[in-house]
Design a protein around this ligand. Structure first.
Ligand code: MG
Length: 261
């Protein structure tokens, strides 16, 4: 497998093709996500759409190390106080829930295929105003993070922009999980924290880098826990959590969102 921070223009063009497909798949999943629908039904639709498009699910069977339980499904379908990494299953959505779908794809489905990663949170039916604010603030914090992406800026510029906006709005940003490089693998260096972290703050962005920026925002405390399935992450205080993510390339003079429609 190839490694390195910098992707060629040709590689970025392929990641963009994959990202466009992935954005279309996620759009269809979100419109299918209605009260009464089980998350496993969304998962089956996701895998079908990805394979029909010539890609492969990136999360299904994913493990950080051979000793880890492989992730069982194509999408992460995290509801309410679930932050991320929830396997799809028999849970049936109900009005008042919020659902975060995180989805990754390898495209094309060959050994040298390239990876994209994105996420969005949707309200199912009607939700209280504070919940609507959580979704709006999280989506906007991603935009503000992306706006900092250009050659010469640092990862700290992204982190600071996201953290400030989220905290100014009275919410907290998850710290134990962070964004990441993406392309040759679904998770690559560098780490892209959504809060100011001195370890990565001075890392300079360069033309050709591709990163996934993914703020996870809680209404309450920033702390999180892993459930017994070894995957599902929940907020420690049970408060609601939202997640928005795009794969973004650093290009001359700025950035390009590769997972836009
Ligand atoms: Mg990611």
């Amino acid at each position: 497998m190839k490694q390195g921070y910098i992707k060629t223009a040709e590689e970025i063009a392929i990641i963009r093709q994959g990202g466009k497909i992935l954005a279309e798949v996620l759009k269809q999943l979100l419109s299918a996500a209605q009260a009464g629908v089980k998350t496993i039904e969304l998962d089956l639709l996701a895998e079908k759409l990805i394979r029909q498009s010539g890609g492969l699910p990136a999360f299904k069977n994913y493990a950080d190390s051979p000793s880890e339980t492989p992730f069982p499904t194509t999408i992460c379908a995290s509801v309410n106080d679930q932050v991320v990494h929830t396997p799809a299953g028999d849970y049936a959505l109900k009005s008042g829930d919020i659902l975060s779908i995180d989805i990754g794809m390898k495209y094309p489905a060959t050994d040298d295929g390239l990876y994209t990663d994105m996420a969005k949170t949707k309200a199912i039916g009607s939700v209280p105003q504070l919940t609507r604010k959580l979704l709006k603030v999280t989506a906007k914090s991603l935009e503000l993070g992306i706006a900092q992406v250009k050659p010469g800026n640092t990862i700290g510029d992204i982190s600071r922009a996201i953290q400030k906006y989220v905290e100014d709005n009275g919410f907290s940003i998850v710290r134990q999980l962070v964004g990441h490089g993406v392309g040759y693998a679904v998770h690559e260096d560098p780490r892209v924290p959504n809060f100011y972290d001195p370890v990565t703050a001075n890392f300079k962005l360069e033309e050709g880098m591709v990163i996934a920026i993914e703020p996870m925002v809680n209404i309450g405390d920033y702390r999180i826990e892993v459930l017994d399935d070894d995957w599902t992450i929940v907020t420690s205080d049970g408060s609601l959590s939202a997640h928005f993510e795009h794969t973004v390339a650093v290009v001359k003079g700025g950035h390009k969102v590769l997972t836009a429609l």
